[in-house]
Design a binder for this molecule. Structure first.
Ligand SMILES: [Mg+2]
Length: 237
């Protein structure tokens, strides 16, 4: 059985409630382009990539979503507006700051693994605190983003640990799939969208009161469960 070697933290929705700031910046982009954004479109864009979000807003206000120069310019506008919001009003998720501090104090290796671009992540890290993480992996620094396993594999590689000895902390189905595919166990703390039960994951209501022992138990429990599901060839049936 692996001992816990590292904790890999997702950022948006897990540590900080950034979707509330994207609500504002996407509405501002629509207003900047002379229109508005419906609740249905906004909901569809939760956790979405920047280019896809810009194309959707352009389509909604009657502009060509395939106009490459327009999408690039509007993407830059949206990124700058979101950076302003991240710099001044980035809200923590409940218990997140204390959980980060508890893991840091334990001496375990830690990584931040986010789909958000480096430029925006660096602004968020000014609030969250760079010192909580040994390494940070951003969406524009890997060949494929979540749900691909590449971001979590990269983080484990940078830390020099086996992904199977890591617990990832995630809020979304997409991020959970990424970490599971990389071979990690996931502590799932849902925020915007429910996450179904499944292999290599332990669900928890919030990060309030989280201890390193809880993370060790998540890893050990999942390993014990897998061992029971897959007896060795010599095991009796
Ligand atoms: Mg997330």
């Amino acid at each position: 059985m692996s001992d816990l070697a590292a904790v890999l933290w997702d950022m948006d929705g897990t540590l900080v409630d950034s979707e509330r700031l994207w609500d504002v910046s996407l509405a501002d982009l629509a207003a900047h382009l002379g229109g508005g954004i419906s609740a249905a479109t906004r909901e569809d864009l939760v956790g979405s990539s920047l280019p896809r979000s810009v194309a959707a807003v352009r389509a909604e206000v009657g502009l060509d979503p395939d106009d490459r120069a327009g999408v690039d310019a509007d993407g830059r506008w949206l990124l700058e507006r979101t950076k302003e919001l991240f710099a001044h009003d980035l809200p923590w998720r409940p218990g997140a700051r204390e959980a980060l501090a508890a893991v840091r104090a334990s001496g375990l290796a830690t990584a931040l693994v986010t789909s958000t671009y480096r430029e925006l992540t660096d602004v968020a890290l000014d609030t969250i605190g760079r010192g909580f993480f040994d390494v940070t992996v951003c969406g524009d620094e890997v060949a494929a983003t979540k749900p691909d396993p590449a971001p979590y594999r990269r983080a484990a590689e940078l830390l020099g640990v086996d992904p199977a000895a890591c617990v990832a902390v995630e809020d979304s189905p997409t991020g959970t799939r990424s970490a599971v595919a990389a071979g990690a166990t996931v502590l799932v703390v849902p925020s915007e969208v429910a996450v179904p039960a499944g292999e290599r994951r332990v669900l928890r209501a919030s990060l309030v009161g989280l201890t390193v022992d809880d993370l060790r138990a998540a890893l050990a429990g999942e390993e014990a469960g897998r061992a029971a599901d897959h007896p060795t060839p010599s095991g009796a049936h």
